[in-house]
Design a protein around this ligand. Structure first.
Ligand code: SF4
Length: 389
């Protein structure tokens, strides 16, 4: 066992309709029976994992998908009951559910609050109706506004809005329109991910035949930088490549996504459901992707199951930790791997500092190493330098 805290991820692989760019593991549409049996399978898998939680404290829960808000809230209640039967949930534990604005109702929100869910990550993507239609989203921006009203009214104010950049037809002006409209709704957190064209999606086919009017490489970069600068100007602090949070919040609260921070810090987490991944110490395993296979043997057969070699775990520590703007604490590396970071990566770190891609701050125990804006702009290249063979 490598640490006392553990996070839980629960995957809900169902959506109302498939968005045209999406290759996530989600089924559409799902029958009531499928959802019911899937929930029962989750209860079995969570119940059977009881040993893992011994002497642990629950750090966070994230119910993601798919569209968790598309299934009946009674199923979410059963999942939360299953979790609380294996580990206690404190009042201040961050519990997030992903929601699609086209599926949130007052009743569902009331139920979520009664299950101790205190954070909602809302898939907004854009405030421009044509862009939403192009993406194949099921909601309008009016649905987004109503969802915010409902959530505030229902007692959930810790809301994250996901927006997307490099959408077909998107221009710098339309991006600013989206950002302004979203900021007006006062989300505590905003994620801004760039559209990626994935294989086996309708977007991929259109793209291959030149039928998708995507912004060019330079324009995409401009849009990405514009989002970053605009959000920072409006008081959203960038704390990870694509994630921004209100700095301390009005009540001194930390509005960064604590659950995702644990992924970037390589802290233990266990995933339940089809395709859910786990990391416990150096043990990485992922459930099977197929919903029917999963339901027939929840958590039994794995799609992958292996122990990381120390050199792979070290590389992960670097390229996950450096996603955060605060970077990594060098002493944490030594604590995790029992060796001085300088011995393993000193040469690469110095080389990156020389090229102004990275910098360091603090002394001794508090010494941190982080990527500069320039380094974050070319993060894929920078991170790949940490792969040891
Ligand atoms: S709602 Fe999310 S998971 Fe579902 S199809 Fe759209 S992008 Fe994919």
């Amino acid at each position: 066992m490598s640490g006392k805290d553990i996070s839980i991820y629960v995957h809900i692989p169902f959506c109302v309709r498939k968005c045209l760019y999406c290759d996530f593991n989600s089924q559409v549409p799902a029958s009531e029976d499928t959802v019911f049996y899937y929930t029962s399978a989750l209860e079995r898998e969570i119940g059977a994992a009881g040993d893992i939680f011994e002497d642990r404290k629950l750090a966070s829960v994230y119910i993601g998908g798919g569209t968790p808000s598309s299934i009946p809230s009674s199923c979410i209640g059963r999942i939360m009951d299953a979790i609380s039967s294996v580990i206690s949930i404190e009042d201040d534990t961050e519990i997030t559910i992903e929601a699609n604005p086209g599926t949130l109702t007052d009743l569902k929100i009331k139920d979520y609050v009664s299950f101790s869910i205190n954070r909602v990550s809302l898939g907004v993507q854009s405030a421009i109706e044509e862009e939403l239609k192009t993406l194949g989203r099921i909601h309008t921006f009016d649905d987004v506004k109503k969802s915010f009203d409902r959530l505030y009214w229902g007692g959930i104010d810790n809301i994250s809005a996901d927006i997307m950049t490099s959408i077909p037809y998107q221009t710098p002006e339309s991006l600013i329109e989206t950002l302004d409209a979203v900021i007006k709704l006062k989300p505590r957190h905003i994620s801004a991910y760039s559209l990626i064209i994935e294989q086996n999606t309708p977007f991929y086919d259109k793209y291959r035949y030149g039928l998708l009017p995507l912004p060019g490489e330079d324009e995409s970069y401009m849009i990405y930088k514009l989002a970053q600068e605009y959000l920072e100007q409006k008081g959203y602090k960038r704390y990870e490549i694509s994630n921004y949070a209100k700095e301390t919040g009005e009540e001194g609260r930390d509005y960064r996504c604590l659950h995702n921070l644990r992924y970037w810090d390589r802290k233990d987490y266990i995933g339940f459901g089809a395709s859910a991944a786990s990391l416990i110490g150096d043990h990485r395993f992922t459930n099977v992707f197929d919903v029917t296979d999963y339901v027939s043997d929840p958590g039994g057969k794995k799609a992958e199951d292996y122990r990381l070699r120390p050199e792979d775990a070290m590389a992960e520590f670097m390229f996950l930790g450096l996603r955060k703007t605060e970077g990594i604490r060098c002493a944490d590396f030594e604590e995790a791997f029992g060796t001085d970071i300088q011995k393993i990566y000193g040469r690469i770190m110095r080389y990156q500092i020389d090229r102004k891609l990275a910098a360091s701050t603090g002394e001794k125990e508090e010494k941190r190493f982080f990527l500069t804006d320039k380094g974050l702009d070319v993060s894929n290249m920078v991170m790949s330098e940490y792969l040891l063979t």
